[in-house]
Write a protein that binds this ligand. Structure first.
Ligand SMILES: *Cc1c(COP(=O)(O)O)cnc(C)c1O
Length: 469
């Protein structure tokens, strides 16, 4: 398996070559040269597989330059009952007739990002041990991503994490989740500012090429290919859980922000998994819903991004979207370059009436959006019908999923976080807080370890330089 860039300017590379990187050197995203096919006899064989067995069978197709025994060991260490509190890793629960919840939030930070990042932590450590290198991961977070990255990288040899968050602006639960980590390789920096200030600092530090090279600064953002690859697995797992025939179609409803999660579903479909529809749900920040309805991809300015009660989907642009568009324009890097030049200059591109948009219509995608009132209503309705409490992001997915439900086609709604992470919204919807999973009861009372700093790039650089590995 070799990887190329969506912008055409990268020599074909192996999985290990692109593992630690973010953007390709030409500014594009890395994608497999061809998607591996899955045969129906393979699907049949996987019916009895455990999650780690299935993950290995799928990921070895993408990471074929890692010795099989090593890959298997890295996977086995990531997907454990200890980390995910369930043997199934991503269990499926019925919601109402033939509508299912694919539960992706049983990892250490109670959100679906753990599924990819727990494996990524092992892959990064493995790669660095092989080369004798080290890595200082720098990131900005307003919640889910940062804690997921920290729990994935804690205690990993050769890796340190510097995570910037807006001081006093995250929920108490999310703050406690991150700041209670006592591992010496994790550095929480609470910045006196808002999330955008944190992101600007990360950009400024990463933009200093000399500093970046000197301190081996890296990221774990959602465009990392290995994250997408790891997410492909649970689409297969979900399909296997609700079907009995090897050609039986199912649909998936996916709450989307950066198009990372659903991009994995799209690739699963391209590999041959019988997926009928990929139902993309946005919240009020409907960049992607607008595209799938009209063909116009129009990124928003930071000031136009609404702060919603499903905050992990509050995006101005969908960073993984270029992977999908690359396929829709017949994998022509010149077209992709031209489209993203338009995004840079005009803030949008328009595919309506083109062959590319006709290809989009054939790709299985449909879309819709949701708002705060919808979320509250869906949380109440699901609770009434099934007794299950879902979080606000999952509610966006269920809302749009039900709009596209078809008789005879099982609908799997992806649960992307546990409700306890968004307690205030659950109290608003149901009049009481959600249950806490065992082990999280006293999270907010644990001792916290963090450094408060001003929005000063120079001071933060100096802090990183002092503590870098
Ligand atoms: C990150 C996140 C999403 C959005 O996923 P994308 O891969 O960015 O589309 C949805 N829900 C939750 C809870 C998240 O943390």
């Amino acid at each position: 398996m070799r990887y190329v860039s969506t912008r055409g300017g990268m020599a074909p590379a192996t999985f290990s070559d692109i593992l630690l990187g973010g953007l390709a050197p030409d500014g594009g995203l890395t994608v497999p040269e061809v998607y591996p096919a899955v045969t129906s006899s393979e699907l049949a064989r996987w019916r009895g597989s455990s999650y780690p067995e299935l993950a290995f069978a799928i990921l070895r197709k993408f990471a074929d330059d890692i010795p099989a025994a090593d890959l298997r060991a890295l996977i086995d260490r990531a997907y454990t009952v200890e980390a995910f509190r369930t043997e199934a890793i991503t269990p499926v629960t019925p919601l109402i007739d033939d509508v299912w919840l694919l539960k992706l939030s049983n990892g250490p930070t109670l959100a679906f990002k753990d599924i990819a990042l727990q494996l990524l932590g092992n892959l990064f450590e493995y790669a660095l041990l092989k080369t004798g290198g080290h890595l200082n991961i720098l990131g900005a977070t307003s919640g889910d991503t940062g804690s997921s990255a920290e729990y994935a990288m804690r205690g990993k040899r050769g890796i340190r994490v510097f995570m910037l968050s807006p001081h006093g602006k995250m929920s108490r639960f999310q703050t406690a989740q991150m700041f209670s980590l006592q591992d010496p390789n994790i550095f929480n920096i609470a910045v006196r500012g808002v999330f955008d200030d944190c992101q600007d600092i990360v950009k400024a530090v990463s933009g200093d090429a000399e500093f970046k090279a000197r301190y081996a600064i890296g990221t774990v953002n959602s465009i990392n290919w290995a994250r997408v690859a790891a997410q492909i697995v649970y689409y297969f797992k979900g399909w296997l859980a609700v079907t009995t025939r090897d050609d039986q179609e199912v649909s998936f409803a996916v709450p989307s922000g950066n198009f990372g999660n659903i991009c994995a579903g799209y690739i699963a479909r391209r590999m041959g998994l019988p997926i009928r529809r990929l139902i993309l749900a946005t919240n009020e920040n409907d960049v992607l819903d607008e595209f799938f309805r009209t063909g116009v991809y129009r990124v928003r300015k930071t000031a136009q991004v609404a702060h919603t009660s499903s905050p992990s989907m509050d995006i101005s642009k969908a960073s993984n979207f270029e992977r999908f568009i690359f396929d829709m324009v017949g994998r022509d890097p010149a077209v992709v370059r031209a489209l993203w030049r338009e995004v840079d200059t005009r803030g949008c591109f328009d595919l309506s009436g083109t062959d590319a948009f006709r290809a989009v219509a054939q790709s299985g995608f449909v879309s819709g959006s949701s708002n705060h009132r919808n979320r509250m209503a869906v949380i109440r309705w699901v609770h009434q019908e099934s007794g299950i409490v879902i979080d606000t992001h999952t509610a966006d997915g269920v809302k749009v999923g039900l709009e596209y439900r078809e008789a005879g086609v099982p609908l799997l709604c992806l649960e992307t976080a546990l409700p306890v992470k968004f307690e205030e919204s659950i109290v608003e919807a149901l009049g009481r807080p959600p249950e806490r999973p065992a082990g999280y009861e006293k999270l907010e009372t644990l001792p916290q370890r963090f450094k408060v700093m001003d929005t000063e790039v120079a001071a933060i650089k100096a802090y990183i330089a002092r503590h870098a590995s």
